[in-house]
Design a protein around this ligand. Structure first.
Ligand code: PLP
Length: 406
């Protein structure tokens, strides 16, 4: 009865969601307080208070026919203008409302970009490890994801491997920095290298190749790192943004796409995205929350909350002998599995009520991801369970007691 595509999607069902379900089952058995669920990137710090106030004001004062009505498939013009001006003031861009399309989160945004660009058989290069849903998004349009292995010391992309990944069928490159699942921010050097290769490949294949920047974690950066905006590196860059993490609004499904004027065929591209929003059935991004984020456009989430979790977890696990990549952004910790098959390590961890996600879900086996967007007291209590897990693998004995953070 089911279509072949849905059968395939069901068979390859998200490992993140599967662990989330396992975490819930575990909680039913041992009590929710005793489960340390690091599976899902669901913010645990609430949306700023201004969200509530702006929403209440809008409901009180705006014309309901406007507030809840249909609009252009690109979104409300005043909202798009607010987004454009916010980006201009922060990143020196020259956007107007015409460069912005409001979307149903980052997921809706990537899907409309893919719909607008991809023909069956086209290839999209991604950098491993990557958000596993990218595979499903490409499959929606009968396109394929081509994964490029990282430099395993730094988890920056390996640029030689990137250059080797291009074929006649390459239509776009999808990039995510700060990165889910590693927390790594791609350096200026990496970005310039990627841009150089893209320019060379455009010349070699005599066609446009777009860089799609998936930026739900743009503002979640630590240790004084600067927020980055990738259009400055490469002319054919399309930016996808989401308010899911930066304002703790994942269920509201709100984000945007920005297409700079310097991108090839930018007007056609914007027209294509607008129609894609309609014909994929999104029609337009949810109306009330569009107006709310426009009213809170200068707000960000509680970064101190995540920063404290980041430090406590990274330092705690490193001290126990785990090899961890020090996160520079987002809210994920990427940890080397102490045994080759990380699925076995994930099962072992579950015995101590620790719910982790295996790296193969992100196209990179031998590692696990911990989403540290959970209450801080849970992080600190979980370290006792991690200590038992570390003892089981004799981590400190094997490393001679050395700290193994990278
Ligand atoms: N891209 C990345 C890298 C993500 O981590 C996520 C969500 O976790 C998404 C896209 C989807 O975000 P949204 O909830 O805005 O659709």
């Amino acid at each position: 009865m089911l279509s072949k595509k849905i059968q395939a999607a069901l068979a390859g069902s998200s490992a993140i969601r599967a662990m989330f379900v396992e975490g819930k089952e575990l909680a039913a058995k041992v009590g929710v307080d005793n489960v340390f669920d690091y599976s899902l990137g669901n913010p645990a710090t609430p949306a700023p208070d201004s969200i509530k106030q702006v929403a209440a004001d809008l409901l009180e004062k705006e014309d309901p026919l406007v507030l809840h009505g249909y609009m252009s498939n690109s979104g409300y013009e005043d909202v798009r203008e607010a987004v454009a001006q916010n980006l201009n003031s922060r990143f020196g861009t020259d956007f107007t409302c015409k460069n912005i399309i409001m979307t149903v989160g980052a997921a809706g945004g990537i899907n409309i970009v893919f719909k607008a660009l991809l023909d069956p058989g086209d290839e999209v290069i991604v950098f491993a490890p990557f958000f596993g849903e990218y595979r499903n998004y490409a499959a929606n349009f009968d396109a394929a994801v081509v994964a490029v292995a990282p430099d395993y010391n730094t988890f920056q992309p390996d640029l030689d491997a990137f250059e080797a990944a291009f074929t006649e069928k390459t239509k776009a490159v999808l990039i995510n920095t700060p990165n889910n699942p590693t927390g790594v921010i791609y350096s200026d050097e990496t970005m310039n290298g990627i841009a150089d290769i893209l320019r060379r490949k455009e010349a070699e294949y005599k066609k446009d190749i777009y860089l799609i920047s998936d930026e739900p974690y743009r503002e979640l950066v630590y240790d004084g790192a600067k927020e980055n905006f990738l259009t400055k590196y490469y002319h054919n860059t399309i930016v996808g943004y989401s308010f899911s993490k930066s304002l703790s609004l994942p269920g509201e499904r709100i984000g945007y796409i920005a297409v700079p004027n310097e991108a090839s065929d930018s007007q056609d591209l914007l027209a294509g995205l607008e129609v894609a929003n309609r014909i994929l059935g999104f029609v337009n991004a949810p109306s009330l929350i569009q107006k709310v984020v426009a009213g809170c456009i200068n707000e960000t989430t509680n970064l101190d909350f995540y920063d404290k979790n980041r430090k406590d977890l990274y330092e705690g696990l490193t001290r126990l002998g785990f090899t961890c990549i020090k996160p520079q952004g987002a809210f994920y910790l990427w940890v080397k599995s102490p045994e080759e098959d990380e699925a076995k390590f994930v099962s072992e961890a579950k015995k101590y009520n620790l719910v982790l996600v295996k790296g193969s879900a992100f196209g990179c086996s031998g590692y696990v991801r911990l989403a540290y967007c959970i209450p801080n007291e849970k992080i600190n209590r979980s370290l006792e369970a991690f200590a038992k897990l570390a003892a089981k693998y004799r981590l400190l004995e094997n490393s001679g007691g050395e700290h193994t953070g990278v």
